[in-house]
Structures are given as structure tokens and as C-alpha cells.
Write a protein that binds this ligand. Structure first.
Ligand code: KG4
Ligand code: ZN
Length: 342
């Protein structure tokens, strides 16, 4: 039979994204990967406004889909499956993407595959690098911070995770406090490049607690206190606070990812790699810190390229390729704001 050609639709947050991916598990090709960011629409509000996001997805989803098909050089008839994110995420946007996907599937008479956004992030290193199961994942995004054991397609174990803020949220809140705008991650990383990471000794949250749970709320408070003490802030102060904050997050992730690998081995003896995924995995300092943990453990470190770290349709399409090949059921097509991996 012809190899699967899957169209993947992602509208769970503030990227309207559609991609075409062809091939098999571990050996798939991205034929197109169109991402339309809504950042300019939300910037003035300092964060994503769900109602505005949903309306914008509704206005752009057909155009982005046409671009993805044209970019791949295929028409709808060549598509074998239609996949769309069904959760977790913002309900309005999810409804737009999933309903549009079901309509496409009906029009083309192809199966519709609802996809878990977290599973898609977790599987992305198999799309980018063909990483073999089982592997250990640090999932660090705007809405999440967790360690996951990826054991086989559809089988994931949460090893630990945040008890308060998500990783990206911590960057976004730090940026907001320092007047750096939204989204905060790239701005904090850029400012940190000019700063002194040793100026502030920010805490390592949950350092003494066993296991690999994470916490960022205490760091946020420490950043706020430092900013208040240094006010009015110079560029130097902002750079030093960003560098010290990023350094503290790196120390936290080093400690907890080493513990995550321990927890992993209690479930499955031989992880093939330590992997970082999600928008925060775009951060160079955090990548370097996690790469060191992996090296100490004798494991390769893998982080997908930046185009696959943030939200995108390719990881959604690829997840359908994995699930279909493994014979996993398509599951409930209804969208949901919460949808844990295990
Ligand atoms: O995975 P993602 O695109 O969306 C979600 O599914 O949440 O992640 C977005 C998050 C935002 O919080 C953004 O500030 C953060 O990723 N981010 C970064 C960097 N680039 C994006 N955080 C730290 N350093 C970066 N370079
Ligand atoms: Zn995401």
C-alpha cells in the first residue's frame, strides 16, 4: 500500500499550524510545516486571550491549510489521514481545529485521528531524529513541565512534574515582571546573554524533596523581590536577573532530570536517550545543561530543531502515523481542555 500522507492541524494555543508528513514511524518526512503565530494579536494583553485566539484560528485555518497542501505539492485526495489536536489546550481553538479537521476528513472520505498535544511533543524526537523507544523526555512548554518515560507508541509514564507553574509560564512571568513583554522565553534568554548569572543566588526549588517533581513559584517570588530591591532597574540589573533566573532553572533541571533518569530505570532498564521537547527546549542554556546530564549518564541528548520545539502541525501529523501504524484506536474525537498522558 502507498505510504501514509497525513495532514496535521494544531490550534490548541496561539499558533495556527498545519503540516503534511509522510512515511513510517521513525522514518517520516516533513513535506510542509506552516506555522502562523498569533503573537502580535496577544502581545498587548501580556498573554494569550482565549476568545481572540479562537476567532483568529477560525479566520486563518483554511488559508494555512491551503499553504500546507501547496507547500507539500499534494492535494487533499493524496492525504490518507486527517489529524488534529483534540487537547489539552484552549477549548475554543481546539474546537476550530478539530471541527475543521473532521470536515476535511469527511470531504476527503478519510479517517480522522484526534491527537493528544502532549503525546505529539513527546513523539517529536522520533520525527526529527528517529530516537528509538524507550526514552526519557523533559517536556517543557508554555503550559507544562514534566518528565515522561516514553515506553512504546501510546504507552507513557509521567515520572514527575511541576506542582505549580509550567516552565514557559515561569519565563513569561519573569519577563512580565521585568517589563520584557510577551512571550517571555526568548526575551529572557536574549537579556541573559549580557548578564551575570552569579549576581543573584536564586533558590533551587524542591531540592531536598525526593523524586523529580518541579516547582517554579518560589523562583518567581525571588525574581520579584530582586527586581523590587534593585528598582529602578537598569539594563544591567535586568540582564543580571535574567541570567541568574535562567541559571537557577538550569540547576533545577540538572538535579531533577538526573533523578528522572533514575526513576526511568526503575520502570525500564535501558533508556536510549534523554530528550528535551516543548517551546522552552529552544533555550540554549537549558539545552546545554540537559546535554551535560545525559553525557554524565552515558546517554545521547536529543532536542528537536527549533521548528519542531514550539507548537507545530508536523508533530500532530506524525503522532497519527505512529498511532495508525501501532494499530491504536482513534479514540474520542471530542475536544478537551485537560487530557493527561497516563
Ligand atoms: O511548546 P510551546 O510553543 O507552546 C505550548 O504548548 O505551551 O511553548 C511556548 C513557551 C512560552 O512560554 C515561551 O516563553 C517559551 O515556550 N519559550 C522559551 C524560549 N522560547 C520559547 N523559554 C525559554 N527560552 C526560550 N528561548
Ligand atoms: Zn505545545
Amino acid at each position: 500500500p502507498a505510504e501514509p500522507h497525513v495532514i496535521g492541524i494544531e490550534t490548541s494555543c496561539d499558533e495556527c499550524a498545519v503540516a503534511i508528513v509522510a512515511g513510517r514511524p521513525g522514518k517520516a518526512r516533513i513535506l510542509s510545516n506552516v506555522v502562523l503565530s498569533q503573537i502580535d494579536l496577544h502581545q498587548a494583553y501580556g498573554g494569550v486571550v482565549p476568545e481572540i485566539a479562537a476567532r483568529a484560528h477560525g479566520e486563518t485555518i483554511d488559508r494555512v491549510t491551503r499553504e500546507a497542501l501547496a507547500g507539500a505539492g499534494v492535494d487533499l485526495g493524496a492525504v490518507t489521514h486527517v489529524a488534529a489536536t483534540a487537547g489539552p489546550g484552549l477549548l475554543g481553538g481546539l474546537l476550530v481545529g478539530a471541527t475543521f479537521g473532521r470536515a476535511l476528513a469527511a470531504a476527503a472520505d478519510r479517517p480522522f485521528v484526534p491527537v493528544n498535544h502532549l503525546e505529539a511533543h513527546v513523539l517529536s524526537p522520533r520525527l526529527s531524529d528517529g530516537v528509538a523507544f524507550p526514552y526519557c523526555v523533559a517536556l517543557l512548554s508554555g503550559g507544562h513541565a514534566q518528565f515522561v518515560a516514553a515506553l512504546e507508541p501510546g504507552v507513557y509514564r509521567r515520572l514527575g512534574g511541576t506542582i505549580d507553574d509550567a516552565a514557559g509560564e515561569a519565563f513569561d512571568k519573569t519577563a512580565k515582571l521585568l517589563g520584557l513583554g510577551y512571550p517571555g522565553g526568548p526575551a529572557v534568554e536574549a537579556a541573559a546573554r549580557e548578564g551575570d548569572p552569579k549576581r543573584y543566588a536564586f533558590p533551587t526549588p524542591l531540592a531536598r524533596r525526593e523524586g523529580c517533581d518541579l516547582s517554579f513559584a518560589g523562583l518567581k517570588t525571588a525574581v520579584r523581590l530582586a527586581a523590587e530591591a534593585a528598582a529602578p532597574l537598569t539594563d544591567r540589573d535586568v540582564a543580571d536577573i535574567c541570567a541568574s533566573f535562567q541559571d537557577a532553572v538550569a540547576r533545577l533541571l540538572v538535579l531533577k532530570s538526573a533523578r528522572a533518569l533514575e526513576a526511568f530505570r526503575a520502570i525500564a532498564p535501558a533508556p536510549t536517550a534523554l530528550v528535551a521537547v516543548g517551546g522552552v527546549a529552544a533555550n540554549g542554556t537549558l539545552r546545554a545543561a540537559l546535554a551535560e546530564v545525559a553525557a554524565r549518564d552515558g546517554l545521547p541528548f536529543v532536542a528537536p530543531p527549533l521548528s519542531l520545539c514550539g507548537d507545530n502541525g508536523a508533530m500532530i501529523a506524525y503522532t497519527a502515523i505512529e498511532r495508525v501504524a501501532a494499530g491504536l484506536p482513534a479514540g474520542d474525537p471530542r475536544v478537551r481542555s485537560r487530557w493527561p498522558l497516563d
